[in-house]
Design a protein around this ligand. Sequence first.
Ligand code: ADP
Ligand code: 5GP
Length: 214
Amino acid sequence: MLHLRAAERGVLFVVSGPSGAGKSTLIEHLRAQIPDLAFSVSATTRPPRPGDVEGKTYHFLTDDQFQSMIASGALYEYASVYGRWYGTPRAGVDAMLAAGRSVVLDIDTQGSQQVRAITQDAVHVFILPPDVATLAMRLERRGTDAPEVVARRLADAGEQIRGATTYDYLIVNDDLQCAKNEIEAIFVAETARLSRRANALQRVISDLDHLPRP
Ligand code: ADP
Ligand code: 5GP
């Protein structure tokens, strides 16, 4: 577990990449290292797959339920990805950031662009497979999707990867330990940005201002 200084305010951490790049694996690792890091559970109209848990991996909704969330403004961002709807519930993100907790979003490149339009303060990280053959092998080996779903995800991978140019960080997920180290390092460095430590600096400056004059 990483021993970190308590944050003055939470970091909104966006993680994207083509299906099978290793986003879930790396986010799970980061959450194990940083127990206070909150994961935003998305809403989706895709069917659950093996290993999915309602309310934990996703909120599984019907098309009608999803459309009514859009209509009521309950989604922070949303997009159609691989032919299904996915969106980030607004309430969770707002509440966690307001409480000073950092939040990680596993969202696609369209979602990342929407977050950029809402705030300049988020950190955008793209997970890239070392090559397409490795991506195909990981999708197949994961064994959670039917062959036609795997084919669709692979066919759509280019759209996600071409959208990576606007991101702040790129992790090439070849050696898993190296990728884990990098995602930790990004998180640690971003929490230490001066803009996120402004109160600490002000406190010490204020102490200095109150020193008796020699
Ligand atoms: P995503 O969330 O991006 O769709 P996953 O995290 O589910 O991807 O990873 C896809 C598959 O690849 C999983 O079976 C995972 O265990 C495996 N995997 C992830 N990273 C690596 C890596 N660096 N080396 C080998 N296998 C990996
Ligand atoms: P999966 O079906 O493999 O869990 O996710 C498919 C894709 O949808 C991934 O690229 C994932 O990042 C994206 N995704 C998951 N939740 C959201 C969300 O709330 N918003 C957006 N825009 N994309 C999402």
